[in-house]
Design a protein. Structure first.
Length: 256
C-alpha cells in the first residue's frame, strides 16, 4: 500500500501541504460503539487490522444507483441534524426502504472481523461499523492509481453534498496535480523509448481521468503546486502523450 499511495509519494514534496493525518491511525473503541453510514473521505481505500477485540461491518456496493440513494440520505441527514423538530434519523438501508428504493440484497454484505483479521476496503463502499468488543485497531486511508475513477466520483459527490471541510481531504486537487505531473514524466519517458513497448494500462486510464478532472481547475492557483508553472500546458501535453502512447501496439496490462 505504501508504494501505491499518492499522499506519501507526492504531498510530502510540498512542505506547505504535508501528509494528511488520516494516512495511518490507531482506533480504540468500546463495545457497542457505532460509526454511522459513510463513505471514506475522498474515495480513499482503507486498510484495517484488528489487534484486539472485534468489529462488524455492514457494507453496500457503490453502484451508481446506490450512490444516488446515498446522496439523498446524506442530504436528508444533514437537514435532519439542522432541524430541531425532526425526531428521528433513519439508517441508510431503512431510509431506502421507506422511499421505495430498496437496495438489492446482492449489494449488501456483512463482514465480521476479530483479533488478527486484516481488511482492505476498496474505494467508495458505503458502510457502517459496530464494535462488538472493546477494540484496538490499526488502519489507514490512501488514494492510488487502481481506483481513480471511483475516487474522483466520490469527490464529486462530496462537492455536491457540500460536505464540511473537516470531513474531506485537504489539498485534494493539489495532490492530483502532483500525480498528473508524475504520470506526465512517465509518459514522456515512454514516448522517448525507441522500443515499441506498450504503456501501463492502469496508469494510462489514471492519467486520462485525472486530466479530465483537473480540466476546469487551472485557475485555482492556490491548489496548483509551485512546480507546475503552466497547468493548461501540462494538461495539453499529457493528452498528446496519451495519444502517442496509444499508438504503440496497445497498452500493457497493469500489475500490482
Amino acid at each position: 500500500m505504501t508504494n501505491l499511495k499518492y499522499v506519501r509519494r507526492k504531498s510530502t514534496e510540498d512542505t506547505e501541504n504535508a501528509c494528511p493525518c488520516f494516512n495511518n491511525y490507531c482506533l480504540m473503541g468500546t463495545k457497542n460503539s457505532y460509526t454511522d453510514w459513510h463513505i471514506d473521505l475522498g474515495g480513499t481505500s482503507v486498510w484495517y487490522h484488528i489487534v484486539d477485540g472485534g468489529k462488524l461491518f455492514i457494507l453496500v456496493k457503490p453502484t451508481e444507483a446506490n450512490l444516488k440513494r446515498y446522496i439523498k440520505w446524506e442530504m436528508l441527514a444533514a437537514q435532519t441534524a439542522a432541524d430541531q423538530h425532526q425526531k428521528k434519523r433513519y439508517g441508510f438501508i431503512e431510509y431506502c426502504q421507506l422511499i421505495n428504493q430498496p437496495i438489492p440484497p446482492e449489494d449488501i454484505a456483512r463482514l465480521e472481523l476479530t483479533a488478527g483479521d486484516t481488511m482492505l476496503l476498496p474505494a467508495g463502499w458505503i458502510h457502517c461499523v459496530i464494535t462488538t468488543a472493546d477494540s484496538i485497531v490499526f488502519g489507514g486511508n490512501s488514494l492510488h492509481s487502481y481506483c481513480v475513477e471511483k475516487q474522483l466520483r466520490i469527490r464529486q459527490l462530496e462537492v455536491k453534498m457540500n460536505m464540511p471541510k473537516r470531513f474531506t481531504i485537504s489539498g485534494y486537487d493539489k495532490l492530483h496535480w502532483y500525480a498528473l505531473q508524475q504520470l506526465d514524466m512517465e509518459l514522456e519517458e515512454h514516448q522517448n523509448d525507441y522500443q515499441p513497448t506498450p504503456f501501463n494500462r492502469r496508469k494510462m486510464e489514471a492519467a486520462e481521468l485525472i486530466a479530465e478532472y483537473l480540466q476546469d481547475k487551472t485557475k485555482n492557483y492556490e491548489d496548483i503546486p509551485p512546480t507546475i508553472s503552466k497547468p493548461s500546458g501540462l494538461l495539453k501535453k499529457v493528452k498528446k502523450s496519451i495519444q502517442i502512447a496509444k499508438q504503440k501496439k496497445g497498452t500493457k496490462r497493469s500489475h500490482p
